[in-house]
Design a protein around this ligand. Structure first.
Ligand SMILES: *Cc1c(COP(=O)(O)O)cnc(C)c1O
Length: 374
């Protein structure tokens, strides 16, 4: 075993191949042409991303956070309205609700899937509930059937946070297509990434697609007619052309991520670890590969000492973040989310991670537990 290996979380060079010359040529022509933000590249990417997901419309925006905020605003969800979200998500999901002027209401996580817990959602429902935002966390699709039935019965919207799950599927159907809208991020860390920030909302609703268009361009559908209190949140032509080029490789990358995850499962079998449950009718796309242990912090330090870029996502649940102090949430209120924050660790996973890298990571997880390679 190579004792001086480094196993990084990202390898951007591996996301490009011979196509990098073609991308650079397109960027060059965009630079010389102008027309940066109402660009044909943007329209072409929107069409391709809608087709990829199987929705009528895709509307690009400046980032994943704006995808959520603008969707809420476009659905006229704001002051006095409640939106339910899980306590174990990235800050932006909960912040988007507050930034739109609505009240975030938290649900706990499921102990095996780490996704939103349905019993907790039912307990959190009120006459003011206007939406539930399930997060397809770490790339695992949230089961949608029960939530869809509840949504039909209670009349709230489902807005999917698919920022970590581009191309993940349930019964062959892409996440982001089950609710009124699916919200995506193209931040550099995500499975489909721009060279900077970007985001997108997909939907079958023409009304919502039009409203997102207005909200992302100062409330306008035609120039100088400001219909709603919109903001400025657009994807530029350069990002659109990069994303469009990468989109054709995403299915292969997701396949590879699933293979690498299976390999980790094999290599780490028989260790005292928990794993996010995988269900047979879904396609988890392993944005992150998590392992669960009570000894998380010391295992993390051990792996980092060995040059392995393991990280914690997320070390502090929403209800304990200072930014949300005004909501009067207490420690102990969402016990599963708190436990996950203390026990989950992400091992490096990339479409291009090599067998040798995975063996090296697994060998050091095993050595921590005093178990040697089988
Ligand atoms: C990344 C992410 C976001 C926010 O996306 P940005 O593009 O960084 O604004 C929202 N929700 C989840 C679950 C994310 O992982």
């Amino acid at each position: 075993m190579n004792t001086n290996m480094r196993v990084p979380r990202y390898n951007y060079a591996a996301q490009f191949d011979a196509d990098i010359e073609a991308i650079c040529a397109r960027v060059r022509s965009i630079l010389l042409r102008g027309d940066y933000d109402q660009s044909p590249e943007n329209a072409a990417f929107e069409e391709a991303f809608a087709l990829f997901n199987g929705t009528r419309y895709a509307r690009t925006v400046g980032c994943g956070t704006d995808a959520l905020v603008l969707t809420l605003r476009a659905l006229r969800i704001g002051a006095g309205d409640e939106v339910i979200v899980q306590a174990n998500t990235f800050y932006a999901t909960a912040a988007a609700i507050a930034l739109a002027g609505a009240t975030p209401v938290l649900a706990d996580a499921d102990d095996e899937t780490y996704l939103i817990d349905m019993q907790s959602v039912r307990a959190a429902l009120s006459p003011r509930t206007r939406a539930v935002i399930p997060v397809h966390l770490y790339g695992k699709p949230t089961p949608m059937q029960e939530l869809s039935e509840l949504s039909a019965r209670h009349g709230f919207f489902i807005i999917e946070d698919a920022a970590q799950a581009h191309g993940a599927k349930i019964h062959g159907r892409n996440v982001g297509t089950f609710g009124i809208a699916g919200c995506f991020s193209f931040h550099a860390s995500k499975n489909l990434s721009a060279a900077g920030d970007g985001g997108c909302v997909i939907t079958d609703s023409l009304d919502l697609a039009q409203a997102i268009r207005a909200h992302r361009t100062h409330g306008q559908l035609v120039q100088h007619e400001h219909l709603v209190l919109g903001t400025n949140s657009k994807l530029d032509a350069i990002q659109a052309t990069i994303l469009h080029s990468k989109l054709s490789k995403l299915p292969q990358w997701n396949r590879l991520r699933r293979e690498k995850a299976r390999r980790y499962h094999d290599l780490l079998r028989d260790l005292p670890l928990g794993f996010q449950r995988e269900d047979s009718l879904e396609e988890h796309v392993y944005h992150l590969f998590t392992i669960r242990t009570r000894e998380r912090d010391s295992l993390l330090a051990h792996l980092r000492d060995q040059g392995i870029d393991a990280v914690v996502r997320y070390p502090c649940p929403i209800h304990l973040q200072p930014a949300f102090a005004a909501y009067d949430w207490r420690r102990g209120q969402f016990p599963v989310a708190e436990q996950l924050a203390e026990q989950l660790l992400c091992l490096p996973i990339r479409p291009d991670i090599s067998d040798a890298e995975q063996e090296y990571v697994a060998a050091h997880v095993r050595s921590y537990f005093g178990v040697h390679a089988s």
